[in-house]
Design a protein around this ligand. Structure first.
Ligand SMILES: Nc1ncnc2c1ncn2[C@@H]1O[C@H](COP(=O)(O)OP(=O)(O)O)[C@@H](O)[C@H]1O
Ligand code: SF4
Ligand SMILES: [Mg+2]
Length: 342
């Protein structure tokens, strides 16, 4: 079967002339149904741009995005509508994406009613308008329970400003579930939430994977979160618009090859003192992230990389090459160097 989402050499430019930047540079990624894939990298490396292209909010400048094997830019109208419904995004800031003038009840029942109308067919309570509304109300209550907003009656008539950040994010998730999505891009979905409730939000998202057969693209700048959420999945590391390393999470965490991945891992606090002692810290030559307006030649990590080989690293853009333990890495110098980081 075709992957549920496939990116083929996807590039995104913003601006024009001297101000043009390449926010995403020829990235390719296959995501199979049921997989959890994390996109990780520092702020500004193109994660959100990638996520927005995957859900159809932004068109790629070059390359193709395929949903279930079909190029989304060449879809018939009905297939495109199907794809836009099936592929949803949860944003970092739920306050910005929730309508401040609507109650939770209105926010959840409105898309349910629209979705029912589109799908047609009789409802459980008869096909009249009242029956449809009763069905939507019942489903809204179920969805709030699924996202742990209980007792449901306490939340139905609340406005966004009456909810905490975590509760608002749960409402966003419930709203995304109204259209029975198959694929969810969670873009920094727990980043703005209090640390104390991050884990319960992550666990709730994780549960949806099995209960609703949802495939996740989980976007975060925090490798520790990626490790937690995608231990059974894959991590893709981006740097300045390019993928630099990718692989099954356990391999990427314990035996990463790209110096940038190693630097990210070195920055993750380790609670276990035994593991902390064993950790290798990659000393970067520079802490500064280059501007997209003036990218270094060759491997764009070279001004910061401690393993920089002049004449090689700054001459060619390294291709992603397969490595034996799973995944790919774009660093010919270090691809065979295994460092046990954890
Ligand atoms: N609509 C836009 N117009 C111009 N530049 C943009 C736009 N969206 C993003 N960018 C630029 O593209 C780069 C990648 O941004 P983004 O995808 O948001 O990164 P991330 O989510 O990894 O922090 C940044 O330099 C950002 O300023
Ligand atoms: S290609 Fe060279 S500069 Fe780039 S990460 Fe590898 S060693 Fe460092
Ligand atoms: Mg972002």
């Amino acid at each position: 079967m075709a992957p549920i989402i496939e990116l083929r050499n996807v590039t995104k430019y913003f601006g024009s002339g001297r101000d043009q930047v390449t926010a995403v540079d020829a990235i390719s990624l296959d995501i199979e149904a049921g997989e959890i894939v994390c996109l990780v990298g520092e702020s500004g490396c193109g994660k959100s741009t990638t996520g927005r292209m995957v859900v159809g909010l932004l068109p790629p400048s070059e390359g193709q995005i395929l949903y279930q094997g079909q190029d989304i830019s060449a879809m018939e109208r009905a297939d495109y509508q199907d794809y836009r419904r099936a592929v949803q995004i949860i944003h970092q800031d739920p306050y910005a994406s929730l309508n401040p003038t609507q109650t939770v009840r209105q926010m959840i029942t409105a898309p349910l009613l629209r979705h029912q109308t589109q799908r047609g067919g009789p409802t459980a309570n008869g096909s009249g308008r009242r029956g449809k509304r009763r069905d939507a109300e019942r489903r809204a209550a179920e969805l709030l329970e699924i996202v742990d907003l209980t007792p449901v009656a306490d939340f139905l008539d609340k406005y966004p400003h009456q909810l905490s950040g975590g509760q608002r994010q749960r409402v966003s998730v419930a709203r995304a579930l109204t259209v029975e999505p198959k694929f969810i891009v969670a873009d920094e979905a727990v980043s703005m939430v209090d640390v104390s409730i991050r884990v319960s939000l992550l666990n709730m998202l994780y549960r949806l994977k099995d209960e609703f057969d949802v495939t996740f693209l989980f976007i975060t700048h925090d490798l520790a979160l990626a490790k937690y959420f995608a231990w059974e999945g894959r991590i893709t590391v981006m740097y300045l618009g390019r993928i630099v390393e990718e692989g099954p999470t356990p391999r990427l965490i314990t035996d990463s090859r790209h110096p940038y991945t190693q630097a990210l891992l070195g920055a993750v606090p380790e609670a276990d003192p035994e593991l902390a002692r064993k950790k290798v810290h990659v000393e970067l030559r520079s802490a500064e992230i280059p501007s997209l307006l003036n990218l270094p030649a060759g491997c764009t990590f070279h001004p910061r990389c401690p393993y920089f080989v002049p004449g090689q690293c700054d001459a060619r853009v390294p291709a992603l090459e397969s490595i034996a333990d799973g995944g790919t890495v774009a660093c010919p110098v270090r691809k065979a160097e295994s460092i046990q980081l954890v």
